[in-house]
Design a protein around this ligand. Structure first.
Ligand SMILES: Cc1ncc(COP(=O)(O)O)c(C=O)c1O
Length: 396
């Protein structure tokens, strides 16, 4: 009989999502691993305590439940090791603290998730790191920005809110020629639709809060490293004492079981709505990398094997002083779409995006940018809701 590990290694993604991260034989046949909560772990004798010669030492260093989730994420990412942290934002800040020191220079993509930028411009700068933002479309041209003290290149593709694509392989190759660590916030695609480590990234970052959770009720981040960078990432994690809880890990592991199916549905509904919106006269542009008209679509097609459930539209509005009124009219007319941050859950959400932080990838000038997170509702109902929003925007 072929062993389970070999079968899973060659299996389809939904099979792997159903069977990785737990082995029922380890827990008396129960299908799911138990939630093991811990601070203290006991040692059988003084010698074992002194030498720490047992698998579990203390709660911050992992329990069987957090290990089960890390094992599942490693299998999806192809990583040497994964740490769990209490939010997606911490999944960015912890590796930055792990790999950057005073006097270093870091290159951060301009279309980055805003709280990542805030961390860079406040705390990282205070700690003596010089931060520079670069054009998401720079590709191999990033080499001209690399200085003798550049230590880290951070990527995020597609970009937050405006969905710019990046040539990750070209950026990673240039960065590695100069000994820089390459990090990527891959939350949009999940490892199902893009595997950063296969494209030269060293550290893959996810807000597991989004698709792995899937139900808008858990905050968690995962950071996965290749073999070269794993020891330093793990050491920083232990030094900072920033760890994910066993209860949240259990819920994320539970979410992973259905993530493939949910993503298929998010993708299908989102593309349906994005294509419909792209045909409308009241919409100036649809910002979605899977649409052939989107700049960067070729990169998406080359590297990604799917698209998820969040994109933006740019309303067509004649003058800038009407942007806010039109955007608010759109949002206030929605009944099914909630007005709220975050994404990746089962329910649809909408937000009027602010891009005032951008220095290179500036905000579109044709109208306000509205970000839509498409949930698992029936697409015909969502279409009616968006139509109501567009009519209300046209009426003010
Ligand atoms: C691209 C991206 N990365 C990271 C995060 C942060 O995740 P969390 O909300 O868990 O801190 C978000 C949240 O919206 C995000 O959009």
């Amino acid at each position: 009989m072929t062993d389970r590990k070999t079968i899973l290694a060659g299996a389809g993604v939904n099979t792997r999502l159903s069977h990785t991260g737990n082995n029922p034989a380890d827990y008396h046949g129960f299908v799911n691993p138990p939630v093991v909560r811990a601070s203290t772990v006991l040692f059988p004798d003084a010698k074992t305590m002194e030498t720490r010669a047992q698998k579990y030492i203390y709660g911050t260093r992992g329990t069987p439940t957090t290990d089960a989730l890390c094992e599942a994420i490693d299998a999806l990412e192809g990583s040497a090791g994964t740490i769990l942290v209490p939010s997606g934002l911490a999944a960015v800040t912890v590796p930055f603290l792990a790999f950057l020191s005073a006097g270093d220079h870091a290159l951060i993509v301009d279309s980055v998730y805003f709280p990542t930028r805030h961390f860079c411009t406040t705390m990282l700068t205070r700690l003596g790191v010089t931060v520079e933002y670069y054009d998401p479309m720079i590709g191999a041209g990033i080499e001209s920005l690399i200085r003798a003290n550049t230590k880290l290149v951070h990527t995020e593709a597609p970009g937050s809110n405006t969905f710019e694509m990046q040539d990750i392989a070209a950026i990673a190759a240039a960065a590695h020629r100069h000994g820089c660590v390459v990090t990527m916030d891959n939350t949009w695609a999940t490892p199902l639709y893009f595997k950063p480590l296969d494209h030269g990234v060293d550290i893959s970052i996810h807000a597991a809060t989004k698709y792995p959770s899937g139900h808008s009720d858990i905050l968690m981040g995962t950071v996965s490293a290749n073999a070269t960078h794993w020891a330093q990432l793990k050491e920083a994690n232990l030094t900072l004492g920033i760890c994910g809880s066993p209860d949240d890990s259990y819920q994320i592991l539970r979410g992973l079981r259905t993530m493939g199916l949910r993503l298929e549905r998010h993708q299908e509904s989102t593309l349906n709505l994005a294509r419909w919106l792209a045909e409308r006269d009241d919409v100036a542009r649809v910002l979605h990398p899977a649409l052939p008209s989107f700049p960067g679509h070729d990169l998406w097609k080359r590297d990604f094997c799917g698209s998820s459930g969040i994109f933006s539209i740019v309303l067509k509005v004649e003058s800038e002083d009407r942007f806010k009124a039109k955007a608010h009219a759109f949002l206030n007319a929605l009944s099914l779409f909630g007005l709220g941050y975050s994404w990746g859950g089962y329910e649809s959400l909408a937000v009027h995006v602010s891009l005032s932080d951008r220095t290179i990838s500036k905000a579109p000038t044709e109208g306000p940018v509205l970000r839509l997170q498409i949930g698992l509702e029936d697409v015909a109902d969502l279409r009616k809701d968006i139509e109501a929003g567009l009519s209300a925007a046209a009426a003010v």
